[in-house]
Design a protein around this ligand. Structure first.
Ligand code: F6R
Length: 241
């Protein structure tokens, strides 16, 4: 595990974007695993800026996102498909056919999950997986006590995740109750993992996840075992380590 400290959110985002840029420059046809949520937004904004300057080219890049709500179509502004297009894909030269997210509109969980694992497999696996960190230690929608050996699967969202995600919806009742997510196994198979974490409200979980025991109670703790895991933190998130 490599820890990179940044003074604030902007610096954290720039450092993370630097690592992603290096990946894209070294392997222009790489497979990037991407995340939604608030934390990576600055990273995406920085990558867009460098793309606009002509320093980055996404023409050959393929992406696979971590997760998607179940029972939501991609046209729905609350879908992760929509989020990724609004905040990243619409602003770079990625080919639409190179963008992958689980199909939230398809309620056949088995077909979606098996299909998604096959896509990742056929792409030759993920070169770099970007992650955020949930306040309860979740990664993707892998909530506490998830089995580490799962590939893509369908989950029921926990109360704390529904509570955290309601800021993106009109009301808490509008937050979908289920999601498709890559499993811990899928994430751990990525060749490189990059996690971004900021803010004082994540300081406790950062200490627990990366300086405590590896346990399914804290799903992110498994990342301690990954051979190429980089954690980029701002000062507030690093306050207890
Ligand atoms: C996003 C995802 C989630 C978030 C996590 C942190 O695709 O899978 O695990 O990374 O909930 O979210 P933020 O960054 O909003 O604190």
């Amino acid at each position: 595990m490599k820890i990179i400290r940044a003074k604030d959110y902007t610096e954290m985002s720039r450092k993370a974007a630097n690592i992603i840029s290096a990946q894209v420059i070294m392997k222009p046809n790489c497979v990037l695993g991407l995340a939604t949520g608030g934390t990576p937004l600055g990273t995406y904004a920085q990558l867009i800026e460098w793309y606009r300057k002509g320093d980055l080219d996404f023409a050959e890049v393929t992406t696979v996102n971590l997760d998607e709500y179940r029972g939501i179509s991609k046209e729905n502004p609350q879908s992760y498909w929509y989020f990724m297009h609004q905040n990243f894909f619409n602003h770079i030269n990625i080919q639409p056919a190179h963008v992958h997210l689980p199909d939230g509109a398809n309620l056949d969980a088995q077909a979606v999950c098996e299909g998604y694992d096959s896509v990742i497999h056929e792409l030759g696996g993920i070169d770099l997986q970007l992650l955020g960190l949930g306040r309860d230690g979740h990664i993707g929608f892998n909530e506490p006590n998830v089995a580490f050996e799962l590939g893509t699967h369908c989950v029921e969202l926990t109360e704390s995740t529904i509570e955290a995600n309601k800021r993106f919806f009109e009301s808490k009742e509008d937050v979908p109750r289920e999601a498709y997510t890559m499993g811990i196994k899928s994430i751990m198979q990525a060749r490189k993992i990059l996690m971004v974490v900021n803010g004082a409200d994540k300081a406790d979980i950062v200490k627990k996840a990366f300086f405590g025991p590896v346990t399914p109670e804290v799903p992110a703790s498994i990342l301690q075992m990954h051979p190429d895991f980089i954690l980029v933190l701002d000062q507030e998130a690093a306050a207890q380590i």
